[in-house]
Design a protein around this ligand. Structure first.
Ligand code: GYE
Length: 311
């Protein structure tokens, strides 16, 4: 009977693990989905999730981490907005013996300052997008405009690198303009409008490469408003796999996306549980899958399958 009582107490949350989650903000559909999935995953496991929205500011994330440390949480999840500037606060968490797991973005700090990082191979995603474009244009000249993610963030840095690597040996494909749209739909639209204006109303642009789908969706709107056909007059390739990009693929207005899962918390909590229970130290990087989708991959059905997932 005594052991039954203890089990009940644990299941009831008396000894529930507390996890602080410092989220970047809600700049994209993918980000919103990651937040939803993280809450769901915590609830399923009976963890007490303490959520903090940094509204894109690193100083807010650093303050949130210090507050989680003061609350003596059992673990911290953080999606770090930019790559640099984390050493001091990560060291404070380490001194307090609170394991930190990075979600979806990387930091420049030494990897002994965090337990593990869950994310996709961001360079590879950019390379997949670039390889798709190289194949699609089949040797023809292609002047590309690039919409970069948040300046200084690891996905903006890595997705640029990967794409550039993929086109490097193809002199017919070149990036002619590149600017940040901050991973937002409105940023993508505004920057695309200026690209269109600078490039003969769009006549001199063959393709847009956006570091995420939301910026691509903003660009699609700008292309349409300029009187051109997105997906035909200007090719559109991006990354994330949010529901709306599948609708755009189905409508012929987007050409390709590289999907990454918004479920970073699942693998993160699995690693934390093994660490809490047995002291098992996970690998420093837990990689999630990425996959290319084009107009040929039944985008309407992909849309239907995703729309309830918290996007
Ligand atoms: O692709 C983008 C978001 O960090 C991998 O951040 C993530 C990126 C994602 O806002 O949409």
């Amino acid at each position: 009977l005594a052991s039954v009582a203890i089990v009940t107490l644990t299941a009831g949350g008396a000894f529930a693990q507390t996890v602080g989650f410092s989220q970047i903000g809600s700049e994209s559909g993918w980000r919103a989905a990651e937040t939803t999935v993280t809450r769901q995953q915590a609830e399923e496991r009976g963890y007490d999730l303490r959520f903090s929205d940094a509204q894109q500011r690193q100083e807010n994330q650093i303050a949130a981490l210090r507050s989680f440390i003061a609350q003596d949480v059992d673990a911290i999840l953080i999606a770090p907005v930019v790559a640099t500037g984390w050493d001091a606060v990560l060291r404070e968490a380490q001194e307090a013996e609170i394991p930190v797991v990075l979600l979806d973005r990387q930091v420049d700090s030494s990897d002994d300052l965090y337990l593990t990082a869950v994310g996709s191979d961001l360079v590879h995603e950019g390379a997949v997008a670039g390889e798709w474009l190289v194949t699609a244009v089949d040797g023809k000249e292609c002047r590309v405009v690039e919409l970069q993610g948040t300046t200084g963030s690891s996905p903006a840095i890595d997705r640029k690198t990967g794409f550039e690597q993929a086109i490097a040996s193809h002199s017919n494909v070149s990036i002619v303009r590149s600017q940040t749209g901050d991973f937002t739909r409105s940023g993508g639209k505004t920057v695309m409008e200026s690209f269109l204006q600078a490039e003969g109303g769009g006549a001199n642009i063959c393709a847009v490469y956006a570091h995420n789908d939301d910026m691509a969706l903003g660009a699609i709107q700008a292309i349409r408003e300029a009187g051109l056909k997105p997906g035909t007059d200007i090719l559109v390739v991006s990354i994330d796999g949010v529901p709306d990009i599948f609708l755009a693929l189905a409508a012929g207005e987007a050409n390709a996306t590289v999907e990454l899962t918004p479920n970073m918390a699942g693998p993160a909590f699995d690693a934390l549980k093994a660490f809490w229970d047995n002291g098992t130290v996970p690998p420093k990087f837990i990689q999630t899958e990425s996959r290319l989708y084009t107009q040929k991959d039944n985008p309407q059905a992909e849309y239907e399958g995703r729309k309830g997932l918290g996007y």
